[in-house]
Design a protein around this ligand. Structure first.
Ligand code: NAP
Ligand code: ZN
Length: 347
């Protein structure tokens, strides 16, 4: 075992603090990564604060990891020392079940091992990327294209794939009318990716405060959900709505913005269940769907797509000492558009 410095929550109510965690010795298929940057996903906050159920503490979150390979196990073939690499929300799966063979490791029938707070194959609880180094099995490490700086690449490992995957699955392309609800970490990636796929993109944000950024990042239209006129003017206007909101919203009102046969795909996961307005679904042959991150193959595809289209996250780089302040700003929707921790400040 190797001790590394990390930032972890000691309990669900306490702020994150500097601590020391253990990383396993390199197995034959393991890659040791020097973390350069770790993004702060709203899921980190939901998880450490117990929104999604009880956890084991201390818990170091972080599943948007970008860095360089520091060492490789004896049988590693995919990565070499010095490679620019990323790790997202998963670090292992059985590799043999139908979901894994389809490339959807997040649905592994034996249970995917998530990057933090998950029981690993050796029985230990995984610790995430808010740390100096991570050890990950080579098949869960992806290559970061040279065109994307590591700090702006880190958020792609969750926010990028979580928005790319459903947009692809619902066939978004030229001629698609897409709305993105919530212009935060996921939302600002969804807008850029939907635009690059050729769609006509509308942002539905609580206010018009971030309109200039929305239009700059590829949105064609930008509306405030605090204005009741939005729901009258845009009734039936979209083929696909990507809902990235981390809190409760009126699903029925938003579903009615779909055209007949349209789909709302939810990726935001608020703490409490939302009531579903069945009349808004039935009265328009509309569908309500969910989507969970994306598989490893598709994550590599997304990174290559972003490099090709000149897309990356808009970030605010912070030292580790500002993690708790950043959490409060994310909760206040005051993020433009992803906080990324500079791992040089963990030590
Ligand atoms: P984020 O940066 O905080 O963005 C969420 C956005 O939702 C905010 O910027 C805000 O947008 C909007 N919002 C927040 N509170 C709201 C409220 N009360 N009413 C209406 N809109 C509100 O968070 P994120 O990192 O993008 O994550 C978003 C959600 O996706 C979280 O629940 C996260 O856990 C989840 N997630 C899911 C997956 C998955 O695999 N499905 C993966 C990653 C994250 P405006 O300021 O524009 O209104
Ligand atoms: Zn995430």
């Amino acid at each position: 075992m190797t001790s590394v410095t990390a930032y972890a929550a000691p309990s669900e109510a306490a702020p994150l603090e500097k601590t020391v965690i253990e990383r396993r010795e390199l197995g034959p298929h393991d890659v040791l990564i020097d973390v350069a940057f770790a993004g702060i996903c709203h899921s980190d906050i939901h998880t450490v604060r117990g929104d999604w159920g009880p956890r084991q503490y201390p818990l170091a979150p972080g599943h948007e990891i970008a860095g360089t390979v520091a060492a490789v196990g004896s049988e590693v073939t995919r990565h070499a020392v010095g490679d620019r690499v990323g790790v997202g929300c998963m670090v292992n799966s059985c590799g043999e079940c139908r979901a894994c063979l389809r490339g959807e490791e997040q649905f592994c029938s034996a249970g995917a091992v998530f990057t933090y707070g998950s029981v690993d194959r050796d029985g230990t609880v995984t610790q995430g990327g808010y740390s100096e180094q991570v050890v990950v099995t080579e098949t869960f490490v992806v290559r970061i294209p040279d065109a994307i700086p590591l700090d702006r690449a880190a958020p792609l490992l969750c926010a990028g794939i979580t928005t790319y995957s459903p947009l692809k699955r619902w066939g978004v392309g030229p001629g698609s009318r897409v709305a993105v609800i919530g212009f935060g970490g996921l939302g600002h990636m969804g807008v850029q990716i939907a635009h690059a796929l050729g769609a006509e993109v509308t942002v539905l944000s609580q206010t018009l405060g971030k309109k200039d950024d929305g239009l700059r990042l590829g949105a064609d239209h930008y509306h405030a959900t605090s204005d009741p006129a939005t729901f009258r003017e845009l009734r039936g206007a979209f083929d696909v709505i990507l809902n990235t909101v981390s809190a409760e919203i009126d699903l029925g009102a938003h579903l009615r913005l779909l055209d007949v046969g349209g789909t709302m795909v939810c990726v935001g996961l608020p703490p409490a269940p939302l009531p579903v307005a069945l009349n808004a679904l039935i009265g328009g042959n509309r569908a309500l769907a969910g989507s969970s991150i994306g598989g490893i193959r598709e994550t590599q595809e997304m990174l290559d797509f972003c490099a090709e289209h000149g897309i990356a996250a808009e970030i605010e780089v912070i030292p580790a000492s500002e993690i708790n302040t950043a959490y409060e700003r994310v909760l206040a929707s005051d993020v433009r558009y992803r906080f990324v921790i500079d791992a040089a400040t963990f030590a």
